[in-house]
Design a protein around this ligand. Structure first.
Ligand code: HEM
Length: 419
């Protein structure tokens, strides 16, 4: 007898009953077709993600081929610490909020303007498939007119990372994105080396290791890491936060009155429906866990989505309760929180802060701009993905804004609740 088949159609359609089965009966098992060892309990997932003998070597096949070089998520020791410092300054530095929040407000307001007179929208196609990707290209400092090309790479690189079934078309599209990106970045790198700006691409172009500047391959790998590490995680987070608000009018009303509650809604919505369902690790040595034995050389799949519904960690784990005691809106954006989908330990997500800001700003802008926001009548909420997961559509309805409303979406430079 073995645990759930993660490649079955039944699992893909609704993995949650399978997570319950893992937690109760198969806390550690080997999936025959992929060879993965799956761990699901919160305590074990947390341990595997952050402690030896588990390493991030799996990114050698999961990310490096499309990144065009070694990435920070694969690195260890001093090298990893160096790149973390390099990326931390622009992603978490004190002056970062000052320029990125108005940028996100401007971009989200622009997207909302395109549909607010219509009275309906699909929030995925019209909003969240665009905004997080545009935020990353803005952070990198890429020209705005190239955003649609960048979005295509974004989709193809992320699909490559989830391609456990080894679909050759998905592999080819991912590798093509890498080649196109190499060509695209070459003149921009040259320009930033000569004329640095206040963007991440310039930071990469002027970084040095032991006095030697990064080469083009290393720079591209770091740009691709931002695509892959963010994935469509921010999109799924906005979607699931809004879905829960729309399904629970009392929580929507609370958020309308107090925008600082959006962080709690975000954390609880994604505890239940994480954007990342699995994180992989490589076992560098034989190891015994409470759930069983893992041999050296194994790929371990940490089922984050099951861990976040583990009754040993969360009271009534299947219930949406943004005020639950286990959620802490400060601690849960750090490695010490109960939320696992930002990772744990030394590779903890460097973008958790920017994800938080993006989600809060995106949700706030929608609540401000759309009157009488609700799920569209007859809306079907289908989900897709076993590695990362998102709703395929989120159809909404609202009272259309009058045509002369102009750019009524407010642009706040110091949004409440984001400090
Ligand atoms: C809700 C959205 C996001 C989720 C769920 C997410 C999730 C993660 C996870 C799970 C890891 C650790 C991977 C591992 O240990 O194997 C990670 C690392 C990372 N994330 Fe995110 N991420 C998100 C958004 C972002 C954004 C917006 C950025 C930057 C623009 C970003 C940048 C990074 C970087 C640079 C790393 C590598 C850190 C290291 O290796 O030290 N992430 N992310």
């Amino acid at each position: 007898m073995t645990g759930p088949d993660i490649l079955s159609a039944k699992y893909a359609a609704d993995p949650y009953p399978h997570y319950r089965q893992m937690l109760t009966s198969f806390p550690l098992y080997r999936h025959p077709e992929t060879g993965f060892y799956l761990v699901s309990r919160h305590a074990e997932v947390t341990r595997v993600l952050q402690k030896a003998p588990f390493t991030n070597e799996i990114y050698t096949w999961q990310l490096e081929p499309v990144a065009g070089g070694q990435t920070i998520v694969q690195m260890d020791g001093e090298e990893h610490a160096y790149y973390r410092r390099l990326m931390s300054a622009p992603l978490r530095g004190s002056n970062f909020r000052e320029w990125i929040v108005p940028e996100i407000e401007r971009m989200s307001a622009g997207l909302i303007e395109a549909f607010r007179e219509r009275g309906w929208a699909d929030l995925r196609a019209d909003y969240t498939d665009l905004l997080p990707c545009d935020v990353v290209s803005t952070l990198l400092g890429l020209p705005a007119e190239d955003r649609s090309t960048f979005r295509r790479w974004f989709i193809n690189i992320n699909a490559f990372m989830s391609n456990f079934g080894k679909d050759p078309a998905v592999t080819a599209a991912g590798l093509a994105a890498r080649t196109e990106m190499t060509e695209y970045l070459r003149p921009l790198v040259k320009d930033r080396r000569a004329r640095p700006r206040d963007d991440l691409l310039s930071a990469f172009c002027h970084a040095e290791i032991d006095g030697i500047p990064l080469n083009e391959e290393q720079i591209q790998a770091h740009c691709s890491t931002l695509i892959a590490a963010n994935g469509d995680g921010t999109s799924a987070t906005i979607i699931y936060t809004l879905k829960e608000l729309l399904l629970h009018p009392e929580h929507l009303q609370a958020a309308l009155h107090d925008r600082s509650l959006i962080d709690r809604m975000h954390l609880e919505a994604t505890r239940l429906n994480p954007p990342v369902h699995m994180l992989l690790r490589f076992a560098a040595q034989d190891v015994d866990l409470p759930g069983g034995h893992i041999p050296a050389g194994a790929t371990v799949a940490c089922v984050v989505a099951a861990a976040q519904r583990d009754p040993a960690r969360f009271h009534e784990p299947d219930v949406f309760n943004p005020y639950r005691a286990e959620i802490d809106p400060v601690r849960d954006f750090t490695p010490g929180g109960s939320i696992v989908h930002f990772g744990k330990g030394r590779h903890y997500c460097l973008g958790a802060h920017i994800a938080r800001i993006t989600v809060s700003t995106a949700v706030t802008q929608l609540l401000d701009a759309l009157a009488d926001l609700r799920l569209a009548e007859g809306a079907v909420l289908d989900e897709k993905g076993i590695f990362t997961r998102n709703l395929t559509r989120l159809p909404i309805a609202f009272t259309p804004a009058p045509p002369d409303a102009g750019t009524a979406v407010r642009q706040r430079t110091a949004s409440a609740g984001l400090a």
